[in-house]
Write a protein that binds this ligand. Structure first.
Ligand code: ADP
Ligand code: MG
Length: 464
């Protein structure tokens, strides 16, 4: 939607200003109507309770003031209350006001002073700033004078035989008043338009300034996002650089050991007879296999850390996944692995391959934490589904993590193990965040450690 132009704004502001004024004038006339009704009754009581001196009418003047006055008030009051500021309200108000003038003239027997009520009413009606209201009100009073001048002249002129053209005299003065009031209305209209135009200019300038500021903000946000992405790439590259140095260092020892072992095997193999009887050949082959396994682990951890792939969410039952993970993690004697995921747990949506990596790392860390020779238990629990967030726990009763080590365990390359890469938890944390979740740890020395993964339920909508 395009912003309104200066002209459209001016028209809108001018219309709303005029509307506000007309609503207030409707309120003013509503009060005036009620006041006139009271005054009408008082005038009738004071001047001519029954009729003019020596005359007879069907209704006494007090009755006329009460009944006709009430009838004149009803419609204007209803319109002013229910539809203030509308064209029908002000047209009815104008006609009713001039009928009030007619009633006052009638009650006072056509006294000349009462005729000034007409001019005062027209002046008040000019507050509506509407030429049509003035014209219809003027037509009402002229028609009233014409009709009553013919049918009931005492009621309007106080005499029984006025000249037939007397209403024209009255119409002339009404016309003069209208000319003055309409000129005043035009002046007001022009001033009000000018003020609306000034306000529209200010409004437009303010909106343009706001728009420019918003654009600047959007640009700044985009730049910040770009910068953050660039920063995280740089950070990653920096840690990859550190990693490269550490890998060369880590790989040098196992590879050197594997090479030495292999050259010994080759020497023995030169003399096949010796090789068959030499028991150290098997030892050397063992060393080679073990050290190459270490190299393979380092390389696969580095690749997992460096890999950038958004998760592809599919329905993935947790209990079978945990069974599979507990089956592949190399365990050691005395360590029990337990799957505590309920059979009935709803099926979340997650990236199976990435989540398998998360669980393998956490379970492997828990198994490795159990000191060699002593027993221990590693449990995996899960809960959630329906509207609740998903919670997965990997709990062990190992030695726990000392308080000074705890803040560092998620840093890449931090490890307390001689053969660790220190990348496992950094990978786990990144993968959980990619799923829109959080990873936290609770640990007590001597009691054990609990890793908690929390995933929002909406990110992992339940499948049927
Ligand atoms: P790595 O396993 O290669 O050392 P990780 O990032 O997986 O690297 O773990 C970092 C460190 O966190 C580990 O060296 C270990 O000190 C600590 N740690 C992780 N899990 C546990 C656990 N369940 N119990 C005790 N210490 C743990
Ligand atoms: Mg690890």
């Amino acid at each position: 939607m395009t912003a309104p132009s200066l002209q459209e704004r001016t028209v809108r502001l001018h219309a709303s200003q005029l509307q506000g004024i007309r609503r207030r004038v409707d309120g003013l006339f509503a009060g005036l109507m009620a006041g006139q009704w009271v005054c009408g009754v008082l005038v009738a009581l004071a001047f001519s309770p029954l009729a003019w001196e020596g005359k007879r009418t069907a209704l006494s003047h007090v009755q006329t003031a009460v009944l006709l006055g009430a009838a004149l008030c009803v419609l204007p009051l209803v319109l002013a209350r229910c539809w203030p500021g509308t064209l029908p309200a002000r047209q009815v108000m104008g006609v009713a006001q001039l009928l009030w003038s007619a009633l006052f003239i009638h009650l006072t027997g056509g006294r000349i002073e009462t005729h000034f009520h007409i001019f005062a009413s027209l002046a008040l009606l000019a507050f509506y700033r509407d030429a049509w209201v003035l014209l219809s009100a003027s037509a009402t009073t002229i028609l009233d004078h014409f009709a009553r001048g013919l049918l009931w002249p005492e009621s309007v002129y106080g005499t029984a035989d006025p000249a037939w053209w007397r209403f024209l005299e009255h119409a002339f003065w009404v016309a003069i008043t209208n000319v003055v009031l309409l000129a005043a209305c035009r002046v007001f209209q022009r001033e009000s338009l000018e003020s609306a135009e000034r306000r529209a200019e200010v409004e437009l300038a303010h909106e343009q300034k706001l728009h420019t500021q918003q654009q600047a903000l959007v640009r700044a946000e985009q730049e910040l996002r770009d910068f953050q992405q660039q920063y995280s790439r740089i950070e990653k590259l920096a840690s990859m650089g550190q990693l490269a140095a550490s890998i060369s260092h880590e790989l040098r020892n196992p590879l050197a050991a594997a090479r030495t072992a292999l050259s010994c095997v080759l020497l023995r193999v030169a003399n096949l007879q010796d090789a068959l009887t030499d028991s150290r050949i098997l030892h050397f082959l063992d060393v080679t296999e073990r050290e190459l396994a270490v190299c393979a682990r380092i390389i696969s951890d580095v690749l997992d850390f460096a890999r950038e792939r958004p998760p592809q969410l599919t329905p993935c039952a947790l209990r079978p996944l945990v069974d599979e993970v507990l089956g592949v993690v190399p365990t050691r004697a005395g360590v029990r692995l337990l799957n505590g995921v309920p059979e009935s747990l709803p099926v979340p949506r997650l990236d199976r391959e990435l989540f398998r990596m998360v669980l393998v790392n956490l379970v492997q860390n828990a198994v490795e934490a159990v000191p060699p020779g002593s027993g221990g238990t590693v449990r995996v629990h899960a809960e959630g589904g329906e509207a609740a967030p998903w919670r997965l726990r990997v709990v062990d009763d190992g030695p726990g993590i000392p308080a000074e080590v705890l803040p560092k365990i998620f840093e890449p390359l931090f490890t307390t193990k001689t053969q660790g890469t220190g990348l496992g938890l950094a990978i786990v944390s990144a993968l959980v965040h990619k799923h829109g979740g959080t990873l936290s740890v609770r640990s007590e020395v001597g009691q054990g450690t609990e890793f908690l993964i929390e995933l929002p339920s909406e990110a992992l909508a339940r499948t049927a």
